[in-house]
Write a new protein. Structure first.
Lengths: 492, 281, 318
């Protein structure tokens, strides 16, 4: 109380209230020692005879051995997909839909187990795997299942035809969700799929393959090949793959675009980003703080659309940054399986090294760093949530995608300046704006060159909502009616 | 003594003006039999650089115009073509077309422009979407222009091909840098002259005559070009151009038909932007 | 939590004028309802186990204003309630007393006697609770009277009509006069958030009440639905945080009405802990206004202590 206000007597001592660990049971999912390649409806040992290990990044303990597919294995998978294409594409849309609805239901029924698997293999907090990833995976299959027998209504005047075999390569940040974003529209439109999950997070895709088998999905319609970059290159480069979809870094996306030059294969790319989060001084301040926190620390910042640049109006910058720091202090970093963990493990040692390197660069460049205190787990790959203030546009931490829990903060004075700074990047995936003035929201939304603009919110996803980038963030859209277009043959 | 003709100097079209190539080079435009019909400015990589700069400079305002206004301007181009029908037809005939074929091509080109003009205030209604997300949010997807688009015009049909490739680029508000075919460059210059008198703002369309083999690699690797239409590009340039296009993740379009007419071509030069906003008190 | 103070812009300038107050409240940030709801939902997934749950439940008892505000209230009812307040679980003397009993003015002397010597406070509602629709001099007189009768704490209602019609200065002056009338008694200002409807109004009313001298701000009378909700509490806690930054003063918070289960109470404490932090984790700074909550908390404590699910038959209903 204030000095002049008499305290109630006796003054009770405040209590230090900490949450006891509340750990989800890791054994909710049973993990095999070894996983083969899922081809033509069955699991096979790789022709390569090679295996690799996938780790739990929060403990650095190995979880399983996974087949390393080589070109011969990929060829077999593509062959199975090609063989299955005729039947699958000729199946009535209504029947395709029913397979997909079944898959959606099975994902729902087993979402607790899949969430634990996602967390153990990838390091994301269980509450996110449980409350965000898995519900969206099921929702995606439900949504696209319903399109399978309605394709002729999707785009007027377009007689829809499936493309053929889709080769899909997905990243490690949302393993099962990225699978759903790619597989669901592909199957709905009548294509067959060869999918390669990321090398650090292959397990959920393999368990998903079992779900497809359980759902009775015809053999060869979905094939999963595991491996690293070479396996992915073999998938996208295979002559009998008609359509390539890739989500990952801009660097690899460019390599794939070059690899496919002249091939005539249909390509969609969902690449990196350096999302700008613009906060005006009339913003609902406390909710904007939440939005910015969620924008950069969701999934440890391993989010291509992360709001990794905060551009805040000078009049409230000091207050806003102070509030951000207070909020940062309440984030709980640690065991991803603890239901109270806000920030889990960094996905891999490589990614941790990359984050550490860029953070060191930020310090060298003279930006002021803030991190909450508190211990990190002794083992595993962890990084504290980090803010940089006093960042300039020319700093590397303002330009390069860090893909970690690191926010670069800049200020602006006029709306034009905010737009200029927001757009001053080769990327164009996502942007945020916080202001109460309706006309300004629309003015900003018109001008920000990004595929998704979150106004007075951030990091929202929905199967009905198209997602994808401008400029070097890639091309094509996933989600919504637009997401079908990537998997249908079109004239013109 | 018969009056001596006044011959036209064929120049480049950059930022609404008609400069000669900065290189000072020219090349001969020939008819089907190889007879020289005109001398053309031979665009250089520096001319191309200037054209991209002009296109970039014009983009924001062109994209910011209403669809209704862009539609009127595209329709105005059609009017100008109609007005100069004879000149276009003469150009096509000089390059070897029959009178009937030339006239039909001019008519088809005009009709194509009229068709696309009508799309300017409609394509968003076809490719935009209000998305029923599962939450208290307003969510809308709208296609917007991609930015600066490089177009390699097809040699045949010289006018209809050029119009068919260019019009869908302009509809959503892109600006264009066109490399005219060196097999029929004269009609491209006549077209530029029609544009210059048709309310198309300076820089929205820039047309370079010259050699695709020389200019396409510069266009494809230009980091400030957002998309390429390589439909008209010679086969032997395509792979290298697509490789170069990846340097800044350009969108690349190659249609099966040179003179295709489809709203999907408009969509191909757009970026879908999805805006979320909460609904609450 | 970091205890550094956020430099929120300016405090209310003095002397307070109608125009100055309006400008001050105009500068109060707006509130986005959807994000508030999301934040609360996210905090609602906090999983509170074992020792931390036991500690929270005991704290919830110590923070409770055990309340009866009925036309049916009698001295007998209030005496029984007061003895329950002093010793909530007769079978377990380790269970602490609640913070206060909260009653109508007529019941203050009864409650005062019943809690004497226990440390349990007596809170009285005042200012023509629950509507507040009476002349200011009557409200002042009522306040003085309940303090004279021994109330340690006064729970007043604001004039929602004045607030909703933009007569902020009237609301402000009234709170200030009631505060004066309270003397050394503590003043809790009930905003009746269910009638203010929007979070923007709640936030403005919170800032207004604190600037006018509230020791606590309180959500509801319990007579209007919705009464306390966690989202509205979060908005008020954020206002308290801003007010502290502006003035250095710590104002308390009291959600009241509709909080019935131990699980609810823990959810409120999670929001409190993560918004204002340790300094507010005390009965001096946070209260629950509730009647049926106590027994549910007691049942949960005994379940934790014994490992057996409980029956309401083993807990006194007073």
């Amino acid at each position: 109380m204030g000095d002049d206000a008499p305290a109630l007597t006796p003054v009770a001592e405040p209590i230090d209230w900490t949450y006891a660990p509340s750990r989800e049971n890791p054994d909710l999912v049973s993990i095999d020692d070894r996983y083969g390649l899922f081809i033509d409806g069955e699991f096979f040992k790789p022709a390569s005879k090679q295996w690799f290990t996938t780790l739990d990044p929060s403990t650095e303990e190995p979880l399983a051995e996974v087949a390393l597919a080589d070109a011969q294995d990929v060829d077999r998978a593509v062959g199975a997909a090609r063989k299955a294409f005729g039947g699958w594409s000729k199946l009535s849309g209504a029947e395709r839909a029913k397979f997909m609805f079944r898959i959606a239901r099975l994902v729902q029924e087993r979402s607790r187990e899949l969430a634990v698997l996602e967390t153990r293999d990838g390091g994301k907090p269980i509450k996110e795997a449980r409350d965000v990833d898995l519900p969206l995976v099921a929702a995606h299959f439900f949504y696209y299942a319903g399109w399978a027998d309605k394709l002729e209504y999707a785009f007027p005047g377009l007689a829809p035809q499936p493309i053929g075999v889709a080769g899909q390569v997905i990243p490690w940040n949302f393993p099962l969700m990225m699978l759903a974003w790619k597989v669901a529209p592909a199957l709905a439109a009548g294509n067959t799929v060869v999918l390669k999950p990321a090398e650090t997070t292959p397990l959920s895709a393999l368990h998903f393959a079992r779900i497809c088998a359980e759902a009775g999905l015809p053999p060869g319609v979905l094939n999963i090949v595991t491996g690293a970059g070479q396996t992915g290159a073999a998938v996208v480069g295979h002559d009998d793959v008609d359509k390539v979809a890739f989500t990952g870094s801009t660097e690899v996306g460019k390599i794939i675009q070059r690899q496919l030059a002249g091939s005539g294969k249909k390509l969609t790319l969902e690449l990196g980003g350096k999302g700008a989060h613009v906060v005006f001084e009339d913003a609902p301040v406390d909710q904007a703080v939440e939005g910015v926190i969620n924008g950069i620390f969701f999934n440890q910042g391993h989010v291509c659309c992360a709001g990794s640049r905060l551009i805040v109006q000078e009049g409230i910058a000091e207050e806003f940054v102070a509030k951000l720091k207070l909020r940062l202090d309440t984030l709980r970093v640690g065991d991803p399986l603890d239901k109270n963990t806000d920030i889990g493990a960094i996905n891999s040692a490589d990614q941790l090294a990359k984050i550490e390197e860029l953070v060191a660069v930020g310090q060298d460049e003279g930006a002021a760093m803030y991190q909450p205190s508190g211990d990190l787990p002794a083992r595993g790959y962890f990084f504290r949530p980090t803010l940089f203030t006093g960042v300039s546009q020319s700093n590397r931490i303002a330009q390069e995608e860090i893909f970690g829990p690191v926010l670069s903060i800049m200020t602006f004075r006029t709306p034009d300046e905010a737009v200029e700074k927001a757009n001053n990047t080769p990327f164009g995936l996502a942007a945020g704006v916080w202001t109460q003035k309706g006309s300004r929201i629309l003015w900003m939304a018109d001008r920000m060159r990004a595929g998704v603009v979150w106004a007075n919110t951030y990091n929202k996803f929905d199967p009905t909502s198209p997602f994808g980038g401008y400029k070097e963030s890639g091309f094509g859209r996933e989600g919504g009616r637009h997401g079908l277009l990537a998997y249908m043959k079109t004239e013109g | 003594m018969a009056r001596l003709d006044v011959k036209k100097t064929h120049k480049l079209y950059i930022n609404g003006e008609f400069p000669r190539s900065e290189s000072g080079r020219t090349f001969a435009a020939v008819d089907a039999d190889g007879n020289v019909i005109a001398r053309m400015s031979e665009g250089s990589r520096k001319d191309l650089r200037d054209a991209v700069r002009a296109a970039r400079g014009a983009h924001e305002k062109w994209a910011g115009r209403t669809g209704y206004n862009r539609g009127q301007i595209l329709y105005r181009i059609a009017e100008m073509l109609e007005d100069r029908g004879e000149a276009f037809s003469d150009d096509l005939r000089a390059a070897g077309a029959s009178k009937r074929a030339a006239e039909k091509e001019v008519e088809a080109s005009i009709d194509r422009l009229v068709w696309y003009a009508g799309w300017c205030d409609k394509f968003i209604q076809i490719y935009g979407n209000l998305n029923p997300v599962a939450g208290p949010f307003f969510n809308i997807s709208t296609p917007e222009s991609t930015g600066v688009v490089g177009v390699v015009a097809p040699p045949e049909p010289a006018l209809l091909g050029l119009v068919s490739r260019l019009a869908p680029v302009l509809v959503p508000g892109n600006t264009a840098v066109v490399i005219a075919s060196d097999r029929s460059p004269v009609v491209a210059v006549t077209f530029a002259e029609a544009l210059a008198t048709s309310d198309v703002p300076a820089g929205v369309v820039n047309i370079l005559t010259g050699h695709a083999a020389e200019l396409t690699p510069w266009l494809a690797s230009h980091m400030d070009v957002n998309a390429l239409d390589l439909t008209g590009a010679p086969e032997d340039l395509v792979v290298a151009a697509e490789i170069a296009a990846a340097d800044n993740v350009k969108r690349v379009v190659r249609s099966e038909l040179v003179d295709a007419q489809s709203p999907l071509l408009i969509a191909a030069f757009t970026e879908t932007k999805t805006v979320w906003h909460p609904k609450g008190l | 939590m970091n205890s550094s103070v956020v430099p929120v812009s300016k405090a209310l300038p003095t002397p307070v004028t109608a125009a100055g107050l309006k400008a001050y409240l105009g500068g109060v940030p707006t509130v986005d309802e959807v994000t508030v709801t999301e934040r609360v939902a996210s905090l609602g997934t906090r999983s509170i186990k074992r020792e931390s749950k036991r500690a929270a439940l005991e704290l919830a008892i110590r923070m409770m204003d055990l309340t009866t505000l009925e036309g049916q209230d009698t001295p007998g009812k209030v005496s029984q309630l007061s003895s329950k307040a002093v010793r909530p679980d007769p079978s377990d003397p380790a269970i602490p007393s609640v913070a206060a009993v909260c009653v109508y003015p007529n019941m203050v002397p009864i409650a005062k006697v019943a809690v004497a010597g226990s440390g349990v406070k007596v809170a009285s509602v005042a200012t023509y609770f629950p509507s507040g629709q009476a002349p200011i001099d009557l409200k002042v007189a009522e306040t003085k009277r309940v303090v004279d009768m021994g109330a340690d704490e006064v729970d007043m209602v604001i004039d929602r009509g004045a607030f909703l019609s933009g007569r902020f200065i009237d609301v402000f002056d009234e709170i200030r006069r009631i505060k004066e009338a309270c003397g050394s008694a503590h003043l809790k200002v009930i905003l009746e958030t269910g009638e203010l409807v929007t979070f923007d109004n709640v936030r403005k009313a919170s800032m207004l009440a604190m600037a006018a001298g509230a020791d606590f701000i309180k959500t509801s009378t319990g007579k209007v639905s919705p009464a306390a909700t966690i989202p509205v509490t979060l908005v008020m806690l954020e206002s308290i945080r801003d007010f502290r930054s502006m003035t250095g003063q710590m104002v308390g918070m009291k959600p009241a009405g509709g909080i019935r289960t131990a699980k609810d109470a823990i959810r409120y404490l999670v929001v409190l802990n993560e918004t204002l932090g340790r300094e507010w984790m005390t009965p001096d700074m946070f209260r629950f206004g509730a009647s049926s909550l106590l027994n549910d908390v007691l049942m949960q404590i005994r379940w934790l202590d014994t490992g057996r699910y409980q029956s309401p038959d083993y807990f006194t209903k007073d």
